[in-house]
Write a protein that binds this ligand. Structure first.
Ligand SMILES: Cc1cc2nc3c(=O)[nH]c(=O)nc-3n(C[C@H](O)[C@H](O)[C@H](O)COP(=O)(O)OP(=O)(O)OC[C@H]3O[C@@H](n4cnc5c(N)ncnc54)[C@H](O)[C@@H]3O)c2cc1C
Length: 389
């Protein structure tokens, strides 16, 4: 099915990504899903083709592309029925090092991330007791001479078992002593290769989807002060500054999912003959797919509008959040229409619909839940009283 291409100038990138994806057909993803296996071969192929280093500047060995190009890459991966969740974090967590790291840190890490010899896939923010309320997180990093000593626990730290480095958000000043609510948190770049087994314990969580997600425990973990990114106490701002990029990239994945579901649903509706005619002849089958298509188009427009604002150096907080909300809704609506079109076969693993259905459901919750985006828009745009924090 040919979807209108909102970024024709990037068609070559899209085609290149599609070619890599063709090496990883549905059977591959089905097998990984069923065994809850990390799709390392797929990540390796994307890395080899240079797509995961898209946003790393050329001086550090990357392609120096903008966020729009990165969004096209992730969208196409999902459009082809693959899943970028195994590696997408590298694109946006790298930005924290790029924007706020010292020259020495950039030189030490970015070339390795660009050539694939260093994996920065783990991003530890969420904790079991604080959840969405990031400012209430309890993991603490206490300064001790030339080191910090880290204690605490993270949850849902995806890909920690398949990452060499981890970006960690921890409290360096107790909340009650911090200058303001948003002060006192700091970002660290941890070398998991040295720390796992030396105070850091990673415990996999078997989840509804194949996401290699984990709990990470820190017990008196000594890390050098040189792991601190930027200034101590400013970490929350650094993480926030990366969130627009994260939301836009995830929203692009949702658009890719929506297109996959629409094509899969329409193809099935044309082929499946019941009562002597293709089921797609019935408006009851057509309309949910057609409505989902229209909603996908609208969401796609705001995703790429947010990306171009970001690339122009603007602060697209409202657009990025709206894009994430609308794109996650569009993929979920398309998933529902596709599954319903397939009837009972939608539940059979060999059709892949149930797997993609589970996978795209995540975006209603992570990396930010729909409710919290609505809270943000209500407060920031509509001027309504803040309902959280
Ligand atoms: C598969 C998976 C992978 C993940 N990967 C990572 C990762 O790599 N790194 C990481 O740091 N985190 C990760 N997360 C965590 C994810 O970002 C959080 O699950 C998400 O932000 C929601 O937090 P929570 O689960 O603690 O929900 P809670 O904060 O407990 O919220 C529960 C529900 O209550 C609602 N709610 C809470 N407060 C309000 C309010 N004020 N108004 C209205 N509704 C409210 C929320 O919308 C939500 O639906 C992952 C999660 C999953 C499931």
């Amino acid at each position: 099915m040919n979807f209108y291409d909102v970024n024709p100038a990037l068609a070559e990138i899209r085609d290149g990504v599609a070619q890599v994806c063709h090496e990883f057909p549905a059977e591959y993803w089905r097998e990984c899903d069923s065994a809850r296996r990390y799709p390392g071969e797929f990540v390796g192929a994307l890395m080899k083709a240079g797509y995961l280093a898209a946003m790393i500047p050329e001086e550090f060995g990357g392609s120096g592309l903008n966020l729009t190009a990165a969004a096209v890459i992730l969208e196409e991966i999902h459009r082809q029925g693959c899943n970028a969740a195994a590696c997408h974090a590298q694109m946006y967590t790298m930005g924290t090092v790029l924007r706020h790291g010292s020259d020495a840190q950039k030189k030490a890490y970015l070339p390795g991330i660009a050539d694939g010899s260093l994996r920065l896939q783990a991003f530890g923010v969420t904790e079991p007791t604080s959840g969405t309320d990031t400012l209430a997180l309890k993991t603490i990093a206490r300064r001790d001479g030339d080191d910090y000593i880290v204690n605490g626990q993270k949850i849902w730290t995806s890909r920690a078992e398949y990452s060499d480095l981890m970006l960690l958000l921890a409290r360096t000043t107790p909340r009650e002593q911090a200058k303001s609510k948003t002060d006192g948190l700091s970002v660290f770049l941890l070398d998991l290769r040295k720390l796992v087994g030396h105070g850091v314990t990673v415990r996999p969580i078997r989840a509804m989807i194949n996401h290699s997600t984990t709990e990470v425990f820190f017990e008196n973990v000594r890390v050098p002060a040189s792991s601190l990114i930027g200034e101590e106490g400013n970490g929350f701002r650094y993480i926030l500054s990366g969130m627009n990029a994260e939301r836009i990239l995830i929203a692009a994945e949702c658009i890719g999912d929506a297109k996959w579901f629409l094509e899969k649903g329409a193809d099935y509706a044309k082929d499946r003959v019941i009562f002597g005619a293709p089921i797609g002849k019935n408006q009851g089958v057509q309309f949910p797919l057609a409505r989902a298509y229209a909603h996908m188009l609208a969401a796609e427009a705001i995703v790429y509008r947010a990306a171009s604002l970001y690339d122009a150096g603007k602060d697209p907080g409202v657009e990025a959040n709206s894009a994430k909300l609308l794109a996650a809704d569009a993929s979920w609506e398309a998933a529902e229409a596709c599954l319903q079109t397939h009837g009972g076969f939608g539940f059979a693993e060999e059709y892949d619909v149930e797997r993609k259905f589970r996978e795209t459901r995540l975006y209603q919750v992570a990396p930010i839940s729909t409710n919290l985006i609505l809270c943000f828009l209500a407060e920031r745009v509509l001027g309504l009283p803040k309902s959280y924090g």
